[in-house]
Design a protein around this ligand. Structure first.
Ligand SMILES: [Zn+2]
Ligand SMILES: [Zn+2]
Length: 340
């Protein structure tokens, strides 16, 4: 059997015909296995959804009670068999509840990793390396220029700026699901225990993280604060809020933005970001190449992002690699192309 007989591209995305399911389909399907709750991977309207409890809860929070016909929760390490195909979920280290899905049939294992990072993150379970025959990898930051570095150093940069400008409010643009909570947790790891302010759009998801045991310290809504009390504080907001009228409530706001794209200075400048923070929930170039090599896979399928460089790198390593052109995946979770 060839890997393509187990998983192949269909108009709705990656499809396992033998098991009658899709992985992260971009159109409504009968049965969907979902890696994580970011909106380009997790859409509403499927018949049956299999995902981790956190992913199901996050989808419910975003799309409402009726986001799918039926749902089934699965734990990390747990398997479900559909006909002769077994699917097992493993942590992807991307955001709370994120999973890689290992699909096995006839002794062949394909791992669909969704989005992932092999870097410590206080808000989610660490990435687990799953040996496989075919590894399906994302390629959001698949260029050698992308090396994210130490997120702790970026947070230190933010705190130095806060200390330097005690009369100004620091606004940190961060995607609402995952990045926002990680930035808060990283701030707490340094011992920073002042209240952290939130844009209203992040409240529900952030409270959900707390309900799953992620400690985030004292959080307040910026909405409820007076202008003078916001001096010298840190507020987390969606990237799109950095340049809207909402910022008028803050004293002399200073814009920061937490994203892997902040490695590109021109991009930071263009978006009016005074303090770029290179913090990403995706693997960087070293993370991608190290992981690909470590899986032991002989064949690599590359999805959304900068596929060419990664496919080329695989070639130099003697790995069979090809891009999978799935229409509908993006990097909105880094505040890249989309503007949430
Ligand atoms: Zn994602
Ligand atoms: Zn993605």
């Amino acid at each position: 059997m060839r890997p393509e007989d187990i998983l192949a591209l269909s108009p709705a995305g990656l499809c396992c015909k033998r098991g009658s399911f899709h992985i992260d389909p971009t159109r409504p399907v009968e049965r969907a296995l979902i890696t994580h709750a970011h909106s380009d991977h997790a859409r509403a309207g499927h018949g049956a959804v299999l995902a981790t409890q956190e992913t199901l809860d996050l989808m419910r929070l975003r799309y409402g009670e009726n986001f799918a016909g039926t749902t089934q929760a699965i734990r990390y390490g747990e398997s479900v068999t559909f006909d002769s195909v077994t699917a097992t979920f493993h942590p992807a280290g991307h955001v709370l509840g994120s999973a890689q899905i290992a699909v096995e049939a006839a002794g062949l294992r394909i791992v669909a990793s969704g989005d992932y990072k092999n870097v410590a993150d206080p808000t989610c379970a660490p990435f687990e390396l799953v040996p496989c025959d075919v590894f399906i990898t994302e390629a959001t930051f698949a260029l050698p220029v992308f090396r994210h570095g130490d997120p702790g150093a970026e947070i230190a940069k933010l705190l130095r700026s806060v200390a330097l400008f005690p009369d100004r409010a620091h606004l940190v643009g961060a995607y609402s699901l995952g990045k926002a909570q990680r930035v808060i947790a990283l701030l707490r790891q340094t011992g920073y225990d002042d209240p952290i302010y939130l844009h209203g759009a992040m409240e529900k998801l952030t409270r959900y993280y707390e309900s799953r045991g992620v400690a985030l310290g004292e959080l307040r809504l910026a909405r409820g604060a007076t202008k003078p009390t916001l001096a010298g504080t840190v507020t987390i907001c969606p990237p799109s809020a950095l340049n809207d009228l909402w910022t008028r409530r803050f004293p002399d706001p200073l814009n920061a933005f937490a994203s892997g794209w902040m490695r590109v200075r021109a991009r930071a400048r263009q978006q009016g970001v005074a303090l770029p923070l290179v913090i990403s929930d995706h693997a960087d170039w070293d993370g991608l190449t190290t992981t690909i090599a470590a899986t032991g896979a002989g064949e690599i399928w590359v999805t959304h992002g900068q596929e060419d460089a990664l496919v080329h790198w695989c070639g130099t390593r003697g790995l069979a690699a090809r891009p999978l052109d799935i229409v509908g995946y993006g990097d909105e979770d880094e505040g890249g192309e989309a503007d949430e």
